[in-house]
Ligand binder design. Structure first.
Ligand code: DAH
Length: 346
């Protein structure tokens, strides 16, 4: 081969090689170019091998050219390899960048619903007095909701306006009071008894700020020998002291409940104004807290407890009502709408 042709071919190889290097964008592409040009089977290597066919006089000159080209290509390959590496590194650093100065994401901690909080507080108070918790079904028969509680068929509480009946049978309803649990406990346990029973109750009421068709009550029942109205007064006055965290005057106003005789409505001195009168107590100085009374002997007879030997008292309170008083909440619907702005205050 003529030395001029070879020189031209070399120039072409260099030109193509440099262009290929310039457009290689990854270290693999750079390596591919190196193998194609300088590798065992590379184009420049092939030219080198053909040097033997040249005139001896031309060999040094062409050899020199080949070596120069090889050096230049090698130099460009090294540069390109470095540049491609730095670009890749930069991209990686950018994409994996973490701003360590950003504030952390605090996990949101939930907490106990205010109704559950006050229920737990009430239970704690009665635990301290030796009561235990009993539960009963929310779907009940009218026997437990009314008959066994000495509630005659014509009592207004039996009116369908108040009570949700079900289509599970003519006598099956959603309990309208937790007093049902008194009967279930007395049927299955022998006195002496001390139980409280918190739970849901249902009444067909129109919703407003004070009423909701589902709410919660807490029932209490104590059966023992020689229980007096004085025991009832002492127990509930102590309960109020512990619930509100200070001694408060109480008064028992005569009332009527079918299953207690006598029956009373318990008022406490308003803990917010100490009886002076304020917004919470409607300027009366007293808060109406719960219903109570001495268990009617008819109720005891109905469950086979000897009313000559045993007597007792019962009480029932609305949990929402107590929570509204204690936490100064003015609308019962707040308990059920799950608005965090409300719930987070407790
Ligand atoms: N069950 C009654 C109600 O829903 C509340 C009540 C009053 C319960 C007097 C009692 C009681 O145990 O003795 O209005």
């Amino acid at each position: 081969m003529a030395s001029e042709d070879l020189a031209n071919e070399l120039a072409q190889v260099e030109e193509i090689a440099l262009a290929a290097i310039a457009s290689a964008n990854t270290s693999q592409e750079v390596e591919d170019v190196r193998l194609n040009v300088l590798g065992q089977k590379g184009r420049l290597t092939a030219v080198l091998k053909s040097l033997g066919q040249l005139d001896a006089a031309d060999r040094p000159r062409i050899g020199q050219i080949v070596n120069d080209i090889k050096k230049r290509i090698q130099g460009r390959l090294d540069e390109r390899k470095e540049a491609v590496y730095l670009t890749a590194l930069d991209a990686k650093l950018q994409s994996e960048r973490i701003d360590v100065t950003l504030p952390g994401i605090a996990p949101r901690l939930g907490h106990i619903h205010p109704l559950t909080q006050i229920t737990t507080e009430i239970i704690d108070v009665f635990y301290g007095m030796g009561f235990s918790v009993a539960e009963g079904p929310e779907v009940e028969t009218d026997y437990y909701n009314f008959d066994a509680l000495n509630t005659p068929a014509n009592h207004p509480a039996r009116d369908e306006q108040d009570t949700f009946y079900t289509n599970l049978g003519p006598n099956v309803l959603l309990r309208s009071q937790t007093s049902t649990v008194q009967i279930r406990v007395m049927e299955n346990n022998k006195p002496p008894l001390r139980i409280i029973s918190p739970g849901r109750v249902y009444r067909n009421e129109e919703v407003n700020a004070r009423k909701y068709p589902l709410f919660h009550q807490l029932e209490g029942l104590l059966i023992d020998r020689d229980v007096t109205f004085g025991d009832l007064k002492g127990t509930l006055t102590e309960f109020i002291r512990l619930l509100f965290g200070k001694p408060l005057k109480t008064r028992f106003r005569p009332d009527f409940f079918p299953f207690t005789e006598p029956s009373a409505e318990l008022d406490s001195e308003c803990p917010f104004c100490n009886g002076a009168g304020c917004k919470t107590c409607g300027h009366r100085g007293w808060l109406e807290l719960l219903g109570c009374g001495m268990v009617d002997p008819n109720v005891l007879k109905g469950v086979g407890i000897d009313a000559e030997e045993w007597s007792g008292f019962a009480f029932g309170m609305g949990i929402e009502r107590l929570a509204m008083l204690k936490y100064d909440i003015n609308d019962i619907r707040n308990f059920y709408t799950n608005d965090l702005r409300f719930l987070e205050q407790f």
